[in-house]
Design a protein around this ligand. Structure first.
Ligand SMILES: *[C@@H]1O[C@H](CO)[C@@H](O)[C@H](O)[C@H]1NC(C)=O
Ligand SMILES: [Cu+2]
Length: 234
């Protein structure tokens, strides 16, 4: 009986998916699906070796997406929803438990033409298990789907892909299971500095055997290490 209830619950949860739908720049809402590479639906990516891990399904090119002009050191707010709406429902569904991670990659030319392949991504933020009961995703739901990150001011001027990721771990005790919800924004940073941060590949840096990817979160988990290595602080 307990197993049946568990299966019903996880089935319902796995149907309640979400996408990144808004970016805010220094507190200004830039509009629905603006500056974002939009996937065809709200399903997660589950294969860490797929190029879908870069910027979600159909995210390798952004030729029809415009690019946001932002100042160096801007605060970017990402906003996720289950559906195309701001109804006040649990933004990403409380059943999704896991970390929030943010990466950035500098385009050789324009952000719109950048495919994000190779060792080009720098992790600039992560938040995982805050205490034994609270995940970064719980904070996203408490904030109506929003989570803010300040970009390192030392990043050089130029065009970038900004990749926000939520990993949902509610069915991650075997692989594939973890759900990768990825959204990429196109931005053009003005001014900026001269930093040359460390870089990883996405796909490439994540492995099915990572303890942050294949993990049972329902067995009194006390600590959690997200995949992708350490955060570059700028
Ligand atoms: C965990 O952190 C959340 C958010 O800061 C807080 O509301 C909650 O009381 C904390 N719970 C425990 C068990 O420390
Ligand atoms: Cu889901």
């Amino acid at each position: 009986m307990k197993l049946a209830i568990f299966l019903l619950a996880t089935t319902a949860l796995s149907n309640a998916h979400f996408t990144l739908q808004y970016v805010w720049v220094n507190g200004v809402d830039e509009g629905h699906n603006t500056y974002l590479r939009i996937p065809p639906n709200n399903n997660p990516v589950t294969n860490v070796a797929s190029t879908d891990l870069t910027c979600n399904v159909n995210g390798i090119s952004g030729t029809s997406v415009s690019t946001a002009s932002i100042p160096a050191g801007a605060t970017i707010t990402f906003e996720w929803h289950q559906h195309d709406q701001r109804t006040g429902e649990d933004a990403i569904s409380g059943g999704h438990k896991g970390p929030v991670l943010v990466y950035i990659a500098k385009a050789p030319s324009t952000a719109a033409s950048f495919n994000g392949q190779g060792a080009v991504w720098t992790k600039i933020y992560q938040s995982g298990l805050l205490n034994s009961t609270t995940w970064a995703t719980d904070v996203v739901n408490a904030n109506q789907g929003k989570h803010s990150v300040q970009l390192p001011a030392s990043l050089p001027a130029g065009e970038y892909l900004l990749r926000a990721e939520i990993i949902a771990l509610h069915v991650a005790s075997s692989y594939p299971g973890a759900q990768f919800y990825i959204g990429c924004a196109q931005v053009k940073i003005s001014s900026g500095g001269s930093a040359n941060p460390p870089k990883i590949s996405l796909p490439g840096a994540y492995s099915p055997s990572d303890p942050g990817i294949t993990v049972n979160i329902y067995n009194n988990l006390q600590s959690y290490t997200p995949p992708g290595g350490t955060v570059w602080s700028g």
